[in-house]
Design a protein around this ligand. Structure first.
Ligand code: GLA
Length: 397
């Protein structure tokens, strides 16, 4: 055999045998639901089935929310051979049956584990059982794994996540791998070839602009989480996303605040994982979570995370390049007071040094994405008012 062909064969064999991340599972930010933000540990198979039903009935599924993810506390014990089983009182039918049910609705099934000895909720972690757990998840029909970082003292983050990535790959079922390491070890620097998304912060809390102190740890309101995304956009793109945590839309903030939170998650190209009780979704929450034009900003195929263009007197202006030379624009009013906007497109100079895109036409049309009203063109100065803790979100096209 000629040397050239031998080398080619060697490379092919190496690539196909060597473990890697399952590619192309998240070319746009993953969309779905997760049990944690609303239910915490109080979950069981009936709730998850009812949520799956409600995902379909509410229009969430049609809007693109595909994953139904069970977070912490589904676990029972490991058996004598080390295989993990669900809590038999909460999940008496077992995980395979639940996965089958979710799949029968055209949805996908996600589960949660932890790189340490125990999960954050004190359940059995995957440390030492990575390949066995991955095999079990594959047998159950899992499509998405969120992998947490509690009780990992002495472990190397990159190494621990790499082990689970390889375990998932060996198990053979394509599974979206969601790194939940809270940004402690800068996962954006090494996560791209390991997972499809990585948490950039500690836990979100259901509050627009506050911090909740739990003693040994803190959880963060929407504006705090937003601040922590500074400098990270260059690390994100198709199949590897910054994850500013699951959403709190519908969990008790005002409609304005929920709209601002959702809009910003779309501007950030963040995974859109709802965290509300979809079974009891209000009309307002439904309107926010299923708005197709706002979701299209998030799901734009370029996969470029938006950036903060300016910030003055609690008014921030964000831009996100979109396909076909379109842009999303979001005026975010972080204060409680109503604010006036006056934006003269001709005087501004919007350039995205990361993507090399700039606003170079002088006659874009402007559409208000939430009200669906056309607002003229970029030839005229845009004037508007934005309520407190709210946004004006536009597409220019
Ligand atoms: C950590 C994660 C949360 C959630 C809980 C579950 O705090 O960051 O998103 O999964 O654990 O215990």
């Amino acid at each position: 055999m000629k040397m050239k062909y031998f080398l080619l064969l060697l490379i092919t064999i190496t690539i196909s045998v060597y473990p890697q991340k399952f590619e192309n599972l998240a070319l746009t930010p993953p969309m779905g639901w997760n049990s944690w933000n609303h239910f915490g540990c109080e979950i069981n198979e009936n709730i998850i089935r009812e949520v799956a039903d409600a995902m379909v009935a509410s229009g969430m599924k049609d809007a693109g929310y595909i994953y139904v993810n069970i977070d912490d506390c589904w676990h029972g014990e490991r058996d004598s051979l080390g295989f993990i089983h669900p809590d038999s009182s909460r999940f008496p039918s077992g995980m395979k049956a639940l996965a089958d049910y979710i799949h029968s609705k055209g949805l996908k099934f996600g589960i949660y584990s932890d790189a340490g000895w125990k999960t954050c909720g004190g359940k059995p972690g995957s440390r030492g059982y990575e390949y066995q757990d991955a095999m079990q998840y594959a047998k159950w029909g899992v499509d998405y794994l969120k992998y947490d970082w509690c009780n990992t003292e002495g472990l190397n983050a990159q190494g621990a996540y790499l082990t689970m990535r390889d375990a998932l790959y060996s198990a053979g079922r394509p599974i979206v791998f969601s790194l939940c390491e809270w940004g402690n070890n800068k996962p954006w620097e090494w996560g791209k070839n390991i997972g499809h998304l990585w948490r950039t912060t500690g836990d979100i809390t259901n509050c627009f602009d506050c911090i909740v102190d739990h003693g040994t740890w803190k959880s963060w309101g929407i504006m705090y989480i937003l601040n922590m995304q500074d400098g990270l956009r260059k690390f994100a793109g198709p199949d590897h996303w910054n994850d500013p945590d699951m959403m709190e839309v519908g969990n008790g903030m005002s409609v304005n605040e929920d709209r601002a939170h959702f809009s910003m998650w779309c501007m950030l190209a963040a995974p859109l994982i709802a965290g509300n009780d979809v079974r009891k979704i209000s009309d307002e929450t439904k309107e926010i979570l299923t708005d197709k034009e706002v979701i299209a900003v998030n799901q734009d195929s370029l996969g470029i995370q938006g950036f903060k263009y300016s910030a003055k007197d609690s008014l921030e202006i964000w831009f996100k390049p979109l396909q076909n030379d379109n842009w999303a624009v979001c005026f975010l009013n972080r204060s409680l007071k109503k604010q006036k906007i006056s934006f003269d497109w001709k005087k501004e100079n919007v350039i995205d040094s990361l993507s090399g895109r700039k606003i170079d036409k002088d006659n874009y049309k402007i559409r208000n994405l939430w009200t669906k009203k056309e607002l003229g063109t970029t030839k005229e100065t845009l004037t508007a008012e934005v309520s407190g803790h709210d946004v004006l979100m536009l597409r220019i096209y």
